[in-house]
Design a protein around this ligand. Structure first.
Ligand code: B1M
Length: 223
C-alpha cells in the first residue's frame, strides 16, 4: 500500500501523466499518475489518504525543486497535469455530497494567477459538502466576481491566490466586492495567504485547506 502511494507520489513529482505518455523518458511504459491513482482506489486506499500522502507532498516537492532551480516551468506543468490525471479518479469521491444543496459558493483564482489545482480541490470538497459551486476559473478579476454575485445573490465567495504578487489583486477584489455587497461573505486561501492577511484585507475567513473551508461553510449559523 505504502509502495503504491510512493509510486504515485513519484509519478506526480516527475510528471508521468499516464502509461502512454512519453515523458519523462526514464518512466517509459510504466504506469502514470492516472493508472496508479485508479489502482490505489481499487486496493482500498482512501481518497483522502491518496491526496494527503501522495499528491499533495508530490506537489510540495515540485515547488521546492523549482525554488532551488532544479526544475523549470515545463516540468512544473507536467506535474500539474499528472496531478489532474490522478484527480479524475478521486473527484467523484469528493463530490459525492448530499444532493440537496445548502447554498451557492462562487470560487475563482484571482486575476493574474493561473494556479488552479488548490482552487479545484477546494471547489470539489465544497461541492461534496453539499454546496452548489460556481467555478469562475483562473485569472478572475473583480468585474467577473461582481457579475456572478449579481446573478447569485447570497452566494458565499471564495478567492484563491498562489503568488505573493497576486495577493495584492485579492485585496482589490475583496474591496470591490465589499463596496458593492457589504453583506457578502468572503473566504480566502492559497499558499501565501494567512489569517492575518485575511483580516488586513477585510475578508471574512481564511482556511489553509479545503476541509477548513467546508467546515466554515457548514458551521451552524444563528438566524
Ligand atoms: Co507556480 N509557483 N508559477 N506554477 N507553482 C508556485 C506557487 C511557487 C511557490 C513555486 C516556487 O517558487 N517554489 C511560486 C510562487 C512564489 C511566490 O509568489 N511566492 C510559483 C511561481 C513563481 C510561478 C510562476 C511565476 C513561474 C514562472 O513563470 N516563472 C508562474 C506564474 C503563472 C501565473 O499564475 N501567472 C507559475 C506557473 C505555474 C504552472 C502553470 C507551471 C503550475 C500551475 C498549474 C496549475 O495550477 N494548473 C505551477 C505549479 C504547479 C506550482 C507549484 C509547484 C504547485 C502549486 C500546487 O498546485 N500545489 C507551486 C509550489 C508549491 O505550492 N509548493 C508553485 C498543490 C495544491 C494542492 O496546493 O495550491 O497551495 P495549493 O492549495 C492548497 C491550499 O493552499 C489551499 O487548499 C489547497 C489544498 O490543500 N487553498 C485554499 C488553495 N486555495 C484555497 C482557497 C480557499 C481555501 C483554501 O478558500 C477559498
Amino acid at each position: 500500500m505504502k509502495e503504491l502511494l510512493e509510486k504515485l507520489l513519484e509519478a506526480v513529482e516527475f510528471g508521468k501523466v499516464d502509461k502512454k505518455s512519453p515523458y519523462p523518458p526514464q518512466f517509459k511504459d510504466q504506469d502514470g499518475a492516472y493508472e496508479l491513482a485508479k489502482l490505489a482506489l481499487e486496493e482500498g486506499i482512501r481518497p483522502d489518504e491518496i491526496l494527503e500522502d501522495a499528491l499533495v507532498p508530490a506537489m510540495a516537492n515540485v515547488g521546492n525543486k523549482f525554488s532551488r532551480k532544479e526544475i523549470y516551468v515545463p516540468q512544473m506543468l507536467m506535474s500539474a497535469k499528472a496531478m489532474s490525471a490522478a484527480m479524475i479518479h478521486l473527484k467523484p469521491f469528493f463530490q459525492s455530497g448530499e444532493t440537496k444543496r445548502k447554498g451557492k459558493f462562487i470560487v475563482g483564482t484571482v486575476s493574474g494567477d493561473l494556479h488552479d489545482i488548490g482552487k479545484n480541490l477546494v471547489a470539489m470538497m465544497i461541492e461534496g459538502g453539499g454546496w452548489e459551486v460556481i467555478d469562475l476559473g483562473v485569472d478572475v478579476g473583480s468585474d467577473k466576481f461582481l457579475k456572478a454575485i449579481d446573478e447569485n445573490p447570497g452566494a458565499v465567495i471564495g478567492l484563491s491566490a498562489l503568488l505573493t504578487t497576486t495577493m495584492e489583486n485579492m485585496k482589490m477584489i475583496v474591496t470591490a466586492i465589499k463596496e458593492k455587497h457589504s453583506d457578502s461573505m468572503i473566504l480566502v486561501g492559497g499558499a501565501p495567504v494567512t489569517m492575518e492577511y485575511c483580516k488586513k484585507i477585510g475578508a471574512d475567513f481564511y482556511s489553509p485547506d479545503p476541509q477548513g473551508a467546508v467546515n466554515f461553510l457548514n458551521r451552524p449559523v444563528a438566524h
